[in-house]
Design a protein around this ligand. Structure first.
Ligand SMILES: NC(=O)c1ccc[n+]([C@@H]2O[C@H](COP(=O)([O-])OP(=O)(O)OC[C@H]3O[C@@H](n4cnc5c(N)ncnc54)[C@H](OP(=O)(O)O)[C@@H]3O)[C@@H](O)[C@H]2O)c1
Length: 253
């Protein structure tokens, strides 16, 4: 098992939610972390709150030139690259009859294609350090939420590609795994304009009794699973559900 101390970790989408929580988790344990996002003030605030171990760079993962800058910046900040956490993601929901082609293409671009291309870019740097890639899947592949087909489809793609890339990159000494989080209160629905903060919170709380453990999760609890997958040297192609038992389909009859 590797230790986090001294690692260089690149986390996409670190200006809020699970990305910000993971950046804090890794920095508190001695890693150098590079985070990115499109809103500069958000990533700057996260980095300032964590301290010099966390480096923020304004970058959009759907832009090729930004992905290149991001990798260069992470390698400079951390002296190499031990792990890439493909965390940046957006939400798009709607009835199947009303889905818009442009928005479907956009969500696949951010949630799937950008992570694939960034992973490809990071292969040499990760290979040099026997590094790891972690993708973020979702509870949406365990429980079906009507109206969430665009988002769920991207997360299904991410889970599948984690396994294929694990097979493809094993010979280069790179492990590829996936964490499937359950309900964590972050910005994702609000950023998509779907709910206000209060509505998003109420919606998550309404799901509490669907959890075996009777509560929603925290960003830190997702970071713990990401950290395990970054450090576990004989684990590749794995999918870890971290969802308080929401994915069980618990029926309290
Ligand atoms: N929260 C949950 O319950 C939950 C459950 C399962 C899976 N997830 C997954 O967890 C991951 C993190 O989401 P979250 O819940 O923490 O939501 P969040 O708070 O909205 O964080 C997502 C971050 O991604 C960034 N981002 C979006 N598009 C980007 C782009 N093109 N380039 C760079 N950064 C981009 C956003 O910042 P900017 O807008 O500033 O770019 C934002 O800070 C996502 O992959 C999500 O699908 C979340």
């Amino acid at each position: 098992m590797k230790t986090i101390q001294g690692m260089s970790i690149l986390i996409t989408g670190g200006g809020s939610g699970i990305g910000a929580g993971s950046a804090r988790y890794f920095c508190e344990r001695g890693a150098k972390v590079t985070i990115c996002g499109r809103r500069e003030e958000k990533i700057e605030a996260v980095a300032a709150g964590i301290g010099p171990a966390c480096h923020a760079i304004k970058a959009d993962v759907t832009v090729a030139e930004d992905r290149r800058r991001l990798l260069d910046s992470a390698v400079r900040h951390g002296g190499g690259l031990d792990a890439l956490i493909n965390n940046a993601g957006n939400m798009y929901r709607g009835p199947i009859e009303e889905l818009q082609e442009k928005q479907l293409i956009d969500i696949f671009h951010t949630n799937v294609i950008a992570g694939m291309l960034l992973t490809g870019l990071c292969v040499d740097a990760l290979s040099a350090r026997a590094g790891a890639v972690v993708f973020i899947g979702s509870i949406h592949n365990r429980r079906a939420f009507p109206g969430a087909s665009p988002y769920a489809a991207t997360k299904g793609a991410v889970e599948t590609l984690s396994r294929v890339l694990a097979a493809e990159l094993g010979s280069k000494n790179i492990r590829v795994n996936c964490v499937a989080p359950g309900a964590v209160f972050t910005e994702i629905n609000q950023r998509a304009g779907l709910f206000t903060d209060e509505e998003a919170k109420a919606r998550l709380e309404s799901m509490i009794d669907m959890h075996a453990l009777d509560r929603i999760g925290t960003e830190e609890e997702i970071a713990e699973a990401i950290a395990y997958l970054v450090c576990a040297e004989w684990t590749t192609g794995a999918l870890i559900d971290v969802d308080g038992g929401l994915g069980l389909g618990l029926t309290r009859a």
